[in-house]
Design a protein around this ligand. Sequence first.
Ligand SMILES: Cc1cc2nc3c(=O)[nH]c(=O)nc-3n(C[C@H](O)[C@H](O)[C@H](O)COP(=O)(O)OP(=O)(O)OC[C@H]3O[C@@H](n4cnc5c(N)ncnc54)[C@H](O)[C@@H]3O)c2cc1C
Length: 492
Amino acid sequence: MAYDVGVVGAGFGGLAAAAELSKQGKNVIVFEASNELGGSAGKYERNGYRFQSGATVGMGFEEGGVFDTLFKSLQLQKPPMTLLNPIMDIHMPDRTIHYYREKKEWYQEIERNFPESASSIQAFYDEVFYVGQLVDQLLDRVPVFPPKTPTDWTRLVSMVNPTSVRLLPYLNQTVYDRLKKYHLHEHELFRIFLNGELMDSVQTSVEYCPAFLGYAALQTFHKGAYAVHGGLATVAEQLADYVKSCGNEVLLRYPIHHIEKKHGHFHLHSKRNSIFEVEKLVLNHSVHNLPDTLSEDLMKQSYIHPEKENNREAWGAFIIHAGVDERVFQHTDVSYHQFIAPDHPDDLHDGGQFLLSLSAPEDIRMAPEGKRSLTISTHTDVKQWWDADDYEQKKEEMKDRLIDTVEHYFPGFKEGLDIVLPGTPVTFQKWLRRRDGKVGGYAPTGRYSWLNSYSIRSGIKDVYLCGDTVFPGAGTLGVTLSGLMAARELLR
Ligand SMILES: Cc1cc2nc3c(=O)[nH]c(=O)nc-3n(C[C@H](O)[C@H](O)[C@H](O)COP(=O)(O)OP(=O)(O)OC[C@H]3O[C@@H](n4cnc5c(N)ncnc54)[C@H](O)[C@@H]3O)c2cc1C
């Protein structure tokens, strides 16, 4: 028997697609190579702690947000979560900025930290909120972008209206271009702050970030950032349970090694020579990995050119999972901390800036009593991690650099650490099969780089893509949208 749809990968993209297809009555089977659901936003457990594999900040759960809407349509209860306000504290060499969610509090904080330029920065943020909301209105219509078929073009053209026209000036400028308008492009402190936020959300800095993308990401923080209890993996588990409740299958530890088309069906080869037949496919293992699984013939039919793809810029992540004594952070209610290294405030990766996320104190699933589970992550250049000779030494050095920076801002941190588990791009390749350890999709490289996105259309009939390497890109919110887009196009 052939299944209606096979989904490869149980990341947020694949699970969202599988849930939507299940809701519409399709006979779906999901294959996940690892032992866990949620991929880069999953979890693993060790020594009484639950560690989040990558993503820690939940977004899109506010009323009308992507997850709120999805959960309502599936008639699921949202998991317990803590709304973050401040969203995070940003520790800079000479100050700590409290990044408030509420506009009024945030504008007061701007006045406190940037007194001479406060009105310009607030005017810049007015623009961020205005444009971010225009982008939301367009994304609500779940367009297929970049358009590939006449139908995609027709639908895109039908979206030309007063809202989309107002977006035009932000489609061909970078955030840096917009900063110039407010005479903020040479404001070093504000630029360092903004780069920190953009790296975390869009994987790039003001100079390279298309304005509308950067604005959409910045305003998303203010709509609501959440610590989901049990980690974002809880959401992945709920989506997988939903798929199963519809009579469908979610198979863990079922890597798909090879996909070919035979007699009108796709044949998926998995462990112990098992072969599954499906009529249509949603591929959630990233575009980086397609040449590893698709047959030569299918690869030739796709829009993806492996060599060009391989040359596109993508970051890796260096990560530390650890347990820590709750007393180390007893003087702050804030659970998310961004650190700007005192020695290199302009380095945006490899420890120059990084995020530390603590489990919410009330979230007892994450850590033994008296402890908190934490994740530290920094962007890293993937190439440097594949030389076996100095791998262990490099890993140790990076781990120490990150821990020393936290110790600088929170004395006693080192001593309060319990278990410490560092991970590199090699780890991401090993556990999540991210080729070369690339995570987080493609980093934008300039004002028009968004035009080079891959769409959910693979170019192969009946094969759809979703996840952080296709439009609208990385983040649990973005990949969920691409999963829903893929499912809806498949159903059309
Ligand atoms: C360190 C880090 C921090 C982040 N922080 C945040 C954050 O705070 N908030 C946020 O929203 N986002 C964050 N992100 C981004 C977010 O985690 C990702 O964009 C998103 O989770 C990617 O989802 P995906 O659907 O593209 O697939 P992935 O998460 O990559 O999942 C793909 C799945 O496919 C499986 N797979 C691969 N190959 C095969 C195969 N051949 N057969 C079967 N299964 C296969 C993998 O095991 C994996 O489970 C972060 C990412 C990282 C790396």
